[in-house]
Design a protein around this ligand. Structure first.
Ligand code: ADP
Length: 360
């Protein structure tokens, strides 16, 4: 290292993790800080005032009647706190939480094993519920509505339909794509809550709490620097916090530690997180849209092929924030880059404005 500068190779930081931050729930189980940082009570859950307000009332009402909470559908981009809310519902309603990632439920029999294991008041959390197969979804209908399931015992002429009663439980379903849920399935959730990106003040509060729990000492302006590049997403904020700590510690141990917000901004630059929180995949997406597709409109499949990424990764993890920040427009003809992209990436905008979908 020279002049206090560290290179990615020397620091050996897990940069890939940052760039692909939305690992499926199953592979997130091992993330050591995730469980430490997860708020267990609704009062520790920061932000999402609308969802929290409704949930508080519905839980209080159910508790007052001595009933289980109605089924809850949570929708919103990854990392905003859907799993955390499922934990909180179980904790506050006094039930056990059973986690079932949607894609791993392939056969009805997998679901039956989980359902028949439930006890009264338990909470069953199914992540990525829009990925459930039709057969599983249909097994869930009577379980959700009448707390019973139908089993067919035996084969052919000897087959017998048996109804198995289930204890009253709460199904909490999480989805990043609520539009993909069939209407009859969606309608079976008595409570539907939408989570949105967090504002700067909320992100700072989340980071202050996380820093305290992890014993990381940061000044207020350093907290703000991390918050401002965290894409309004607690999971990303927590991850950046851990990586910024790594960078600052290594720099300090090499006698090159900076101070204040500037040191944190430099660490975030080093981590390839830009001023507005865009990560390499976000920037590659925008760059390809501008350069290969002349700013669009471009179909998501074509973009996914050019980026060698899954369509669902783009739709569920990349696009929501770009749309929210006004970098992208979604039109029936495809995705269109706004003028903001050109100035942000330092590219020359094409002559005709691509923002007007009527032009195409
Ligand atoms: P999702 O299920 O929507 O992908 P999670 O519930 O797993 O997101 O949240 C990711 C992490 O972000 C959690 O471990 C938790 O530490 C943190 N987090 C999420 N929402 C909040 C919140 N409202 N307040 C504090 N921390 C939060």
């Amino acid at each position: 290292m020279t002049n206090g500068k560290i290179t990615k190779e020397k620091a050996k930081l897990p940069l890939e993790d940052l760039n692909r931050e939305e690992a499926p729930e199953a592979s997130r189980v091992g993330a050591p800080s995730e469980n430490v940082l997860r708020p267990r009570k609704l009062q520790d859950y920061i932000g999402q005032a609308a969802a929290k307000g409704k949930l508080t009332v519905f839980m209080e009402a159910a508790r007052g009647r001595g009933e289980t909470l109605d089924h809850v559908l949570l929708s919103g981009p990854p990392g905003l706190g859907k799993t955390t809310l499922a934990h909180i519902v179980a904790e506050e309603m006094g039930g056990r939480l059973h986690l079932a990632p949607g894609p791993s439920l392939e056969k009805s029999v997998d679901l039956l094993a989980i359902l028949t294991n439930l006890q009264p008041g338990d909470v069953l959390f199914i992540d990525e519920i829009h990925r459930l197969g039709r057969a599983i979804e249909e097994t869930l209908y009577p379980a959700m509505e009448d707390f019973q399931i139908q089993l067919v015992l035996g084969k052919e002429v000897g087959a017998q339909a048996v109804t198995v009663p289930l204890p009253r439980f709460t199904l909490v379903g999480a989805t990043t794509q609520s539009g993909r849920l069939q209407a009859p399935f969606r309608d079976r959730f008595g409570i539907s809550l939408n989570l949105d990106f967090y504002d700067l003040g909320e992100m700072k509060a989340i980071l202050r709490r996380s820093a305290k729990l992890l014993g990381i000492s940061l000044e207020e302006e350093q907290i703000e620097a991390v918050a401002s590049r965290s894409r309004g997403t607690p999971r990303i904020a927590n991850r950046l916090l851990a990586r910024v700590r790594d960078v600052l510690e290594v720099k300090r141990s090499r006698g090159a530690g900076g101070v204040g917000a500037q040191a944190v901004h430099e660490a975030l630059d080093f981590l390839d997180i830009d001023k507005v929180g865009l990560q390499p995949l976000d920037r590659r997406y925008l760059q390809i849209l501008c350069e290969n597709f002349r700013g669009g409109p471009a179909g998501v499949e074509a973009l996914a092929a050019s980026l060698s990424e899954d369509r669902s990764t783009l739709e569920e993890t990349v696009e929501p924030y770009l749309l929210k920040e006004g970098f992208l427009l979604r039109t029936p003809k495809g995705r269109i880059a706004t003028d903001k992209v050109y100035s942000h990436l330092g590219l020359r905008a094409p002559e005709a404005t691509r923002e007007d979908p009527l032009l195409f």
